[in-house]
Each structure stands twice: as C-alpha cells, then as structure tokens.
Design a protein around this ligand. Sequence first.
Ligand code: GLU
Length: 292
Amino acid sequence: MTKPVFRFAPSPNGRLHLGHAYSALLNDALARRFGGRFLLRIEDIDITRCRPEYESAILEDLAWLGLDWEKPVRRQSEHFSDYRSAFERLKGRGLVYPCFCSRKHIAERIEAIEAESGEGWPRDPDGAPLYPGTCKNLSPDEAARRIGSGEAHAWRLDSDAARSRLPGPHGFTRFTPDGATNTVEADPWRWGDAVIVRKDVPTSYHLAVVVDDALQGVTHVVRGQDLEAATDLHVLLQKLLGLGAPLYHHHGLILDSGGDKLAKSRKSEALFELRARGGTAAEIRQRLGFAF
Ligand code: GLU
C-alpha cells in the first residue's frame, strides 16, 4: 500500500508565526500517526511579494522547531509550465475566458450595479464581489485582437460552462486527526468566475495548489480553516482536470490575545522573535499542544 502523503505549503512573503508553526507541526504529527510522508512545498507564485530570504528563513524556522521534510522541496515558481498545461486543458475545453478588467473597473461596475438595483451584489467567501461578467461575452475575435495587441489579461473560470458539464452535487472528504472521515458538501459556484490565471503570474493559487497536490501525490491536506471555503473551488478544478482529490482537514486558527487571526500583515509575533527572546522549540510545541 502506498503511504499517505502530507504537505505544509507556506508562501515566502513574510516570516512564519505561531499559526504556521501549528499547521506545520500538525502535518508532521499526522504524517507520523498515519505512517505517512511529510513534504514541504514553497508557494512562491507571487513573484512581487515572495523573496528568497523569506524562504531561507522558513527553512530555518521549521528546522529549529525540529521538523524534517523530504528533499527536494518543490518550489512553485519553478513549475509554471505544469500550471500552464493544466490551464491549456481547461482552455481547450472552453472552460475559461480572458478578462481585461482592472480591479478598479470591477469595483466601479459593482458600485453602479448596486446603486441601480438598490441591492447588494454577491460576494465570494473572501469578501470580494463576484465578477460581474464584463468580459464574458467578448467575441472570440475581439478577445484575440486584444490579447494580440499585448493588453494585460487574466483568465477566469466560466462557471456557467463548468456548471453545465458538472452540475454537482459537489463535495469533499473531510478527515479528523483520529482518522474518521465524512463527506462535506461543496458549493464551488459561490466563487463565481474565479481567476484561474492571474494577470501578473501565469497561474493562480487555486490552480497551482490542485495541480501540485495531484503531481506530488498528496493524499491528506491539512491547512487552516481560512482555506476551507477555497476547497469548494479546488474540488471543482480537480474534477474539471481529471485529477484525484485528497482528503481534507481544516484546523482551527491560532488567535492572538485580542482574538484576531494571526497574520503576517498584522505583524503578528514571528517565530524568530519568540526565539530571540529566549523561547525554545520545546516551549512552542507545548504551547501549541504538541508536547509529544
Ligand atoms: N500557501 C498557502 C498559505 O500560505 C497555503 C496553501 C494550502 O495549504 O493549500 O496560506
């Protein structure tokens, strides 16, 4: 029987904090418990925000915590061609369309729609307004002409086309640390026409994560609850691309003393700061409930 495969997949756009430590330690602990492998994947598609020095710092912090992972580490920025070929498959099946809109244009469009209708426009689970479809009905000639003239564009999922092929119901298998599983209903349509390939990078988080989980044979995805809603879209992409689906466990988030989610953007206390103040890896493990 092949061994279960777990992965911790941080983005090197800042230093790791306690929430990352929890996720990494939980992946490692569950990999051990299930007799599985533990991989580290560097999710650095965002070339404007990710930096090599953050990647080295991540490796250093994880090693300090006492973690060890299989080498070589997969670095997403070295695999854009894999995401490209997955995208081409979607494109070949008429499941994506180019979108030339700027964020500003979308915001203005939504504002106008809301003012006209007097009703709120639907938001996706991250709170962003669903794409209003401005570029959805461009003629193929017009779209090709604009692409040919070098106009910046993203590629969006045509959720109507996807829905007519795969109406659902959709779902994913959730597992708990004691090994129990159950099926959870998924609603990919609440993401609307999600961006599959960004304007600035030749993929998106959603596309890269499903491609990599499949290519690396990941069987168990363990990540924070903040990514649970994204799983609804991931299971749709897996089906559209004919990829297998891992099992999922979305763990609770480590909150700061004010009850807020830890975040790099809020300058939450980083592991290296705890370390600099004399904290030990054993204390952190204990504080996070991994005193074993
Ligand atoms: N790279 C993502 C993050 O740092 C995690 C992605 C995942 O686990 O699927 O939030």
